[in-house]
Design a protein around this ligand. Sequence first.
Ligand code: C5P
Length: 233
Amino acid sequence: MKKDVIIACDFASAQATYNFLDKFREEKPFVKIGMELFYSVGPDIVREIKKRGHKIFLDLKLHDIPNTVKKSMKVLSQLDVDICSLHAAGGIDMMKAAVEGLVRPDGTRPLLIAVTMLTSVDQERMEHEILINKKLADVAAHYAMNAKNAGLDGVVCSPHEAEKIHSVCGSGFITVTPGIRFADGNTGDQQRVATPSMAKALGSDLIVVGRPITSADDPVAAYRKCVADFVGY
Ligand code: C5P
């Protein structure tokens, strides 16, 4: 997949999102709609942003029993989104059911990617809170392999895991990487961060950037800097 920058539109209302997107007059950035926006506005936000010509990553990170996930994905498949997500921790049967649910009557489906380990979780937290006593990079790679075996297209992971995941799952398996910060930026609640150029060097396919763009004094300039550093033009 062509390298691109996805903006995480973590806003609480449709109006705040449109005000933000209206700043982009020359480009149509790939947009991530997450739980906050989807739960507050509903599916109309997806339809409207699609109508405006943006590609959409609908990041609802489903995690439930296979039957529930399959039926929910069937509903989401009716929205014209480009990428959907779920948690790999839900297991292989859940991921297979999700793929089945996403296939539209015409045989097409959005790409489906699995969250391996949230980028807000570090080794210490994973071991002592979640009680997984393994190396984080190995857990992410194992979850990625499960996702691949279930028929998914890629994973959400830290840029630091992209290379290993590509080596285990193949270069065509998409790595979508949040936890992106500019060199002089605030890391906030993210633990495993990288700059856009580091993410490029580490082999990420798509970077997800939220606050470094949405909270910037000049969001368009911040977006362009991400594109220049990550995509290279
Ligand atoms: O503002 P920031 O750049 O930290 O936003 C990152 C976005 O990526 C958020 O919308 C967050 O939900 C999402 N994300 C993440 N870590 C994951 C999966 C998704 O930060 N593992």
